[in-house]
Design a protein around this ligand. Structure first.
Ligand code: EPU
Length: 440
């Protein structure tokens, strides 16, 4: 296995990080632009491969997309977006590609897509998405991993989700925006990224309200218009940098961090003994690591529960804390694959089903490790920064999909983390996908 990153122990990461916009908000927002005809401007866009993939997908459909990575600014003109068929190659690159199905059905009454790819975290079925579309009147044929959906007229419906799926909520909501009548999504996901999408849809002219405890009501309108929107800051990137400071015994200032969207995560860190200062506005976090953190247990759950996307990075902090802890993953069925890599680094973890039992150790040691998904990649980088010696990391494409310039930002905090010369040379030849600006 050729390492794509070399990580040396880095004590006391220290400094300030400017967070990027949330990956899981920007992808669905880009997809929602299919509902409009006009030129939208999206700012605070993270520079990540998934953004480039979604830009490519929209371009293939006929949109004109201009991404200025330096300015974190996307201009998307959907006036010539006329196609409703997405190639399997682009669908396979990320799970979020399924989020074009709702907008395509709403705008064209047709969608021809392939089953999506993305991180392997279990079965990751899309049955809720399809059930909702069928309830709304779509017919869907599944042939050789292709989904061919048709709905000359979508109908407003009462959609009850078995589980508050983020993607199924977003897809149904987008599909309903142009449907006559009131669609209700009951047991809807209410993640901060879902709210950012609601904000964008309302700016487009959609009528959306929320009823307690978790119902989204969408009253259809005839048309939606182009928007300008700044994407919310990435709470998961904030979590990653806080944990980088936690496991290296450092301190960090995150002026844009949405503390209001990280309550349980921050609570658990305080329980560990770390010091957290939150700006009274709810945005902005200053974090100082404790010298002797103690272990805490937690289980993942839909928002406002503990975010599954911070489970793997938070596990690294438990591996190095005093005492024992139990982490239970309830959102995805196969999201403990990083455990075997952490064990290679000296962590003491036993997995039983969806639970990981951890005995804190005084230190980890470097090893060759491989990431299998975005957040596992983040966890292994953090473990490498905390571990004695050198860690050889591979699976860089996972990090590139989910994080905005992670390595560069960590280096600025004092992290001893490098791309091997051979990869740097390759990047120079390719000029780096994110350094590109201009039409995509
Ligand atoms: N599920 C079904 N059927 C469905 C939809 C979901 O069984 O039709 C199951 C899934 O298999 C999973 C659970 O429901 O076990 C939750 O899935 P959900 O639909 O909520 O997740 P998602 O929309 O596929 C988004 C994020 C994930 C994040 C989850 C949970 C995007 C692009 N992805 O995925 O982000 O973990 O919500 O918060 O928004 C990541 O960023 O690394 C990532 C995986």
């Amino acid at each position: 296995m050729v390492p794509e990153l070399i990580i040396n122990q880095s004590r006391g990461l220290h400094g300030q990080v400017d967070l990027a916009g949330a990956k899981n908000a920007v992808l669905v927002i880009m997809s929602s632009l299919i509902l409009t005809e006009g030129k939208s401007i999206i700012t605070n866009v993270p520079c990540s491969d998934d953004v480039l993939n979604m830009a490519q997908l929209l371009t293939d459909l006929g949109a004109e997309v201009l991404f200025d990575a330096e300015a974190h600014r996307l201009e998307i003109d959907t006036r010539k977006l006329m196609r409703h068929q997405v190639s399997a190659a682009i669908m396979k690159k990320m799970r979020a590609s399924i989020l074009v199905m709702g907008p395509l059905l709403a705008r064209f009454g047709r969608a021809h897509v392939a089953l999506p790819g993305g991180c392997t975290l279990g079965k990751r079925s899309i049955d809720y998405h399809l059930t909702n579309f069928k309830k709304m009147g779509a017919t869907i044929q599944v042939q050789d991993e292709q989904l061919i959906a048709s709905a000359p007229i979508l109908k407003a419906q009462r959609l009850v989700l078995d589980y508050p799926s983020v993607g199924a909520t977003e897809n149904a909501m987008m599909a309903a925006t142009l449907v006559r009548g009131v669609t209700r999504i009951i047991n809807a996901a209410l993640e901060p990224e879902v709210f950012d999408l609601i904000d964008v849809l309302k700016k487009m002219g959609a009528h959306i309200t929320i009823e307690v405890p978790a119902t989204i009501l969408i009253e259809g309108v005839d048309r939606l218009h182009a928007v300008e929107h700044a994407v919310i800051a990435d709470r998961l990137e904030a979590g990653a940098f806080i944990l980088a400071a936690a496991v290296t015994g450092g301190s960090i200032v995150l002026p844009q961090a949405p503390a209001f969207a990280l309550d349980l995560f921050l609570e658990k860190l305080e329980e560990m003994g770390h010091e957290i200062l939150i700006d009274p506005s709810g945005v902005g976090i200053t974090f100082h690591a404790s010298d002797e953190p103690h272990a805490v247990s937690f289980k993942t759950a839909p928002y406002p529960g503990f975010p599954t996307d911070l489970q793997a990075p938070m596990m690294v902090a438990q591996c190095l804390a005093r005492g024992n802890s139990i982490i239970e993953e309830t959102v995805f069925e196969n999201r403990l694959v990083h455990v075997q890599e952490l064990v290679k680094m000296g962590a003491q973890i036993q997995v039983e089903g969806s639970r990981a039992m951890i005995i804190g150790v005084p230190s980890l040691h470097g090893a060759s490790v491989q990431a299998t998904d975005i957040r596992a990649g983040c966890a292994l980088v953090l473990a490498g920064l905390a571990a004695e010696g050198t860690t050889y990391f591979s699976g860089m494409h996972h990090l590139n999909r989910g994080y905005d310039r992670l390595i560069e930002k960590l280096q600025k905090l004092g992290a001893l983390i490098y791309l091997p010369d051979v990869i740097l040379a390759q990047q120079e030849i390719a000029q780096g996908s994110c350094a590109l600006s201009g039409p995509k």
